[in-house]
Write a new protein. Sequence first.
Length: 341
Amino acid sequence: MKALIYKGPFEFSGEDIPVPEARAGEVLIRVGSVGICGSDVHGFAGKTGRREPGMVMGHEISGTVVALGPGVDTLGLGQRVVVQPIMYCGTCGPCRRGMTSVCLNKKMVGVNMGKTGGLAEYLVVRASSAFPISDTIPFSTAALVEPFAVGSGAVSRSGVKEGDTVAIVGGGMIGLAVLAMVLQRRPARVFVIDQFPKKLDMAKRLGAIPVNFSEEDPLTAILQATGDLGVDTSFEAVGISQTARLANSLAKTGGEIVWIGNSQRMIEIDMQEIVVRAKTIKGIYCYTDDDYRFAIRFVEGHAGLAGAFAEERIGLDGAQKLYTQLAKGEKDLFRGVVDIA
């Protein structure tokens, strides 16, 4: 089968490698489409150290089940699926508490599982990690379930309820996925803070109040809009000191702040602001299986909207160029998608 092998910073190699075989409890999937995550781009550029030469990248995966390993009776041949890429053990302390995204023994498809990744014609995963999705959803849209699941996981971690006021710092794919998921809880208002018109326009299209920080001070604007109270919950979806401080300051006294996913390792914040105003900071990494199922239902119910995030689609042969353009900042996409089948 054809696969793109990561050789080192800014280099893929197209190679023919053996088609893997589904063992007991596993399924073989013919890959349909693969989304290009920002973490993949950083790994491709050699910035994170999490992607090692010789591996196959890609964890936002849709495809079709083409072979069943012994004992698999939960899926059928020809079934369209999306892959939940976190391979958790189910037995460690976090797993027993339902925190499978931070399993102490986890592996992740397309991140640290060698040649088990999406940028290949086929991959094998355990059957329990292949989630059925409607046949009416294009592969390119189905691949975006994964980032929407990140949003679902962040909202699940929060205490957002109907009638709340919410702020989201960062209007990229993850920030807008959080927006899409938080709107399912029927908040009174949601502010999305960014500087790029494209992102703010999409936020408004989804139902948020856009705040352009290049035109106005977002803290002043949102405090003014909330009677100097601040918001019930703020989400931080950028991961640098400046935006973390802003998210912390936007939360009202007794409010909560949710920091999402990968970020700058060391940041500076005003700890006294958190303590004196009794705020709560929560961290969230990815999602659980239930978060993934929620994201699937969202994508199935809003396929046109979800599909609009796939701004550029290319084949496997074009992946090297698009990854390079994204890594060099020559393009800024909600999601690029590699179509394989």
